[in-house]
Each structure stands twice: as structure tokens, then as C-alpha cells.
Design a protein around this ligand. Structure first.
Ligand code: SIN
Ligand code: FE2
Length: 205
């Protein structure tokens, strides 16, 4: 396998310092009060081990009807809260995208949560990258290739780490093997929050 740096995967360790992490967590929790975390169900009917919510005009959801983006929270029926400005700024600094993100999926991992190997492919235009921000407990992230059978590598994502899946890595398989409980004190009660910024709809023009 080519070195990770040559695949379009970029990792920015500790891109957010402790103060920026705490400020972002506060922005996230203020929005979660209006758009609570809920446990989604796969199209096959299995509850996921992560809890989810979204920010932005569009949010990624899964239920018996399948995977899709929609403008409202499935439980409250309300529009998703706006994307925190700090995340929009980060997208501008770290990606070469010509348009802002219109979706921010927020995943909450408890001690036993994981996420199976998958591709992010419900978006309209894969020319736009996916940017991920990790808060709280360290995750063991698994990154493979475009084919499910490609070899995979394990990368630890700690609180404040930012990574980008762009170019050839945009459609790389990825998942979370496990979360290292107790590795961070950022989130009261422990756990991990991952925020992924995407452009779900087509770009402007
Ligand atoms: C995801 O693929 O949606 C989440 C990845 C992560 O939690 O780091
Ligand atoms: Fe993903």
C-alpha cells in the first residue's frame, strides 16, 4: 500500500489545542440541547452503537428507508442547528474546497461503540473532501482503500486531531475499531465525539 500521506489522507495532529477543543465542545453541546443525540438504526434494522445528530442545512440519517441526507432531525422534526463557525473556518484553512460544507455529522461514541468499515458515498460530488475533527477519548481509526479488500492501516485519532479524506482517499473505506476509554478528560463522563464536515449537495454553480 502507498504511504498514507500519498493517498489523499491527511492527518493534522493536535490541530485544536486544549482551549479550542473546550470551546468547540461547548458549541457542540449548546446545539445538542436543541438537536439531541439519538441512536440510529441501519436499513437492516440494527441499532448502531454510536449515537448521532447533525448540524448544518443537511444531516446524514439512516433508518429502514435507507441512508440519506435530510434537512430535519428525525425525532424533533426541527431543522438541524447551524455548523459552528470554528468548523467552517477549519474547512477553509485545511481543505481546498471551493464551497463551504453543508453538513456536519456528529457521532457520539461511548465505551463500547465502534463503526464498521464503510465508505462515505451518499454525497452528490466526491470532488469535495470530508474533514473530521475528534474530541474526547482517543479512537483507533482504520483506514483502507477504495476496494473493501484493500489493505488497511490503523491510525489513532486523539482529541483535537483533524483529518481529511480527499482525492484518492475520498472514497477510502474507514471505520472505528474501538475507543480508548479514559484517554481524555475533555468530555464529562468520558466518551468521544467525532464531527465530520461534508458537502452533501452539489456544489454551487
Ligand atoms: C465516520 O466515518 O462517520 C466517523 C469516523 C470517526 O468517528 O472518526
Ligand atoms: Fe465515514
Amino acid at each position: 500500500m502507498a504511504p498514507l500521506s500519498q493517498t489523499g489522507f491527511r492527518l493534522f495532529p493536535a490541530a485544536l489545542g486544549p482551549e479550542a477543543q473546550a470551546a468547540l465542545l461547548a458549541e457542540v453541546m449548546a446545539r445538542v440541547a436543541r438537536a439531541p443525540f439519538y441512536r440510529p438504526v441501519t436499513p437492516g434494522g440494527k441499532p448502531m452503537s454510536v449515537e448521532m445528530t447533525n448540524f448544518g442545512p443537511l444531516g446524514w440519517v439512516t433508518d429502514a428507508r435507507g441512508y440519506r441526507y435530510q434537512p430535519t432531525h428525525p425525532q424533533t422534526g426541527e431543522p438541524w442547528p447551524d455548523i459552528p463557525q470554528a468548523l467552517l473556518d477549519l474547512w477553509g484553512e485545511v481543505t481546498e474546497a471551493s464551497a463551504p460544507p453543508d453538513a456536519c455529522l456528529v457521532n457520539l461514541y461511548g465505551e463500547a461503540a465502534r463503526m464498521g468499515l464503510h465508505q462515505d458515498k451518499d454525497e452528490a460530488d466526491f470532488a469535495y473532501p470530508v474533514l473530521s475533527v475528534s474530541l474526547g477519548d482517543t479512537a483507533v481509526f482504520r483506514l483502507g482503500g477504495v476496494s473493501r479488500r484493500d489493505p488497511t492501516a490503523s491510525v489513532r485519532l486523539a482529541s483535537g486531531d483533524v483529518c481529511v479524506l480527499a482525492g484518492p482517499a475520498r472514497l477510502a473505506h474507514h471505520g472505528i475499531d474501538r475507543v480508548l476509554a479514559g484517554s481524555s478528560r475533555l468530555i464529562p463522563g468520558g466518551g468521544r465525539i467525532n464531527l465530520t464536515l461534508r458537502r452533501a449537495g452539489p456544489g454551487p454553480g
